[in-house]
Design a protein. Structure first.
Length: 329
């Protein structure tokens, strides 16, 4: 907990120091019941923010930081360059006139990405960047877009892993996940260098052959494919395939395929939790290529911090609501 209390000036200092510089206005008496909690801090950071009052934050447009407003409850709005929209899911960044408005019930989950991290991710593909002009994202993250929805699912999985404590025990896993989130955001969300600068189906700057391999994994993850199948589909030898995965993603092809399968199983388990499916854990595991249920349970728990059966009883929405209740308590 970075701050918990009733003094608006102290909350202003905490959010300004850790998240983003801003001007804070609290109408009326100025009383707050504010909380700022850091859930993860690495190259990127994840925060939970609430004010317990009506609060308006006008962000410093010169601050070198991107904020992805992943999830909120209790209401709240954001205005970006004159466009008004719900507080999440939205991405804001340098050079944009941004005003956040919290209600007394608002609790927000915010991902903080420094500009230098975004610049480093885009540079291999975009070449020389104009250091005076920051990359600008289209603010609204539209869940109706399949790629955006998959990225949001990945971000929510990251939050689940943070909540489980797994990432504090595995710094390498945390760093890999951070890179996936940054590169994935650049790939799925329109921005000022789009129109060829944000390739689909892989990290920014990834070779075409690797992107073919990643696309093949996504499209055939539920089938009994092998490393040789992935290599053949991407027109590479198995050795070259392994080298490309290690260089650009820091994992083996099989580890990546396992991650894709687990993500697919996770999405199906959440559908059960939310009442959109009556599938079983066994059926989901078999559909995604996990014939050994005990092994599936172990892998899933390592990735998401809980057993598959627990996910079917409590989806991510409930998880965040529970976290908000813990914080409010």
């Amino acid at each position: 907990m970075l701050y918990q209390g009733t003094e608006a000036r102290l909350m202003h200092h905490a959010v300004g120091s850790h998240v983003v510089p801003h001007r804070l206005r609290v109408p009326g008496t100025g009383a707050v019941r504010a909380r700022l909690r850091v859930l993860h801090r690495g190259e990127i950071a994840l925060y939970q923010i609430s004010y317990g009052a009506h609060a308006e934050l006008r962000l410093d447009a010169q601050a070198p930081v991107y904020l992805v407003h992943l999830l909120h409850n209790g209401g709240g709005r954001v205005t970006v360059d004159g466009r008004d929209m719900p507080l999440s899911p939205v991405v804001t960044g340098p050079g944009q006139d941004t005003v956040l408005r919290f209600t007394p019930e608002t609790t927000a989950l915010v991902l903080r990405i420094p500009r230098r991290v975004v610049d480093a991710a885009i540079r291999p593909y975009a070449g020389a960047l104009d250091t005076d002009t920051p990359l600008r994202f289209e603010p609204v993250l539209d869940p109706a877009n399949d790629e955006v929805r998959q990225w949001l699912s990945l971000a929510h999985s990251f939050a689940s892993m943070v909540d489980s404590g797994l990432l504090t025990r595995s710094p390498d896993t945390a760093a890999h996940f951070e890179q996936m989130l940054v590169h994935g955001l650049l790939a799925c969300q329109s921005h000022s260098l789009s129109g060829g600068a944000a390739p689909r189906g892989g990290p920014v700057g990834a070779p075409v052959a690797l992107r073919r391999a990643l696309a093949f994994c996504e499209e055939h993850a539920s089938e009994p494919i092998s490393v040789a199948d992935i290599a053949a589909a991407s027109h590479m030898s198995v050795r070259t395939l392994q080298e490309k995965f290690r260089t650009h993603l820091g994992v083996t092809p099989l580890a990546h395929l396992r991650h894709v399968r687990l993500a697919g199983a996770h999405a199906d388990l959440l559908a059960v939790a939310e009442g959109r499916s009556d599938d079983t854990v066994t059926g989901i595991a078999l559909r995604w290529g996990f014939s050994h249920l005990g092994r599936f349970g172990s892998l899933y728990r390592a990735a998401y911090g809980r057993l598959p059966s627990q996910t079917t009883r409590m989806g991510d929405v409930e998880l965040y609501a529970a976290a908000g209740r813990r914080q409010a308590g």
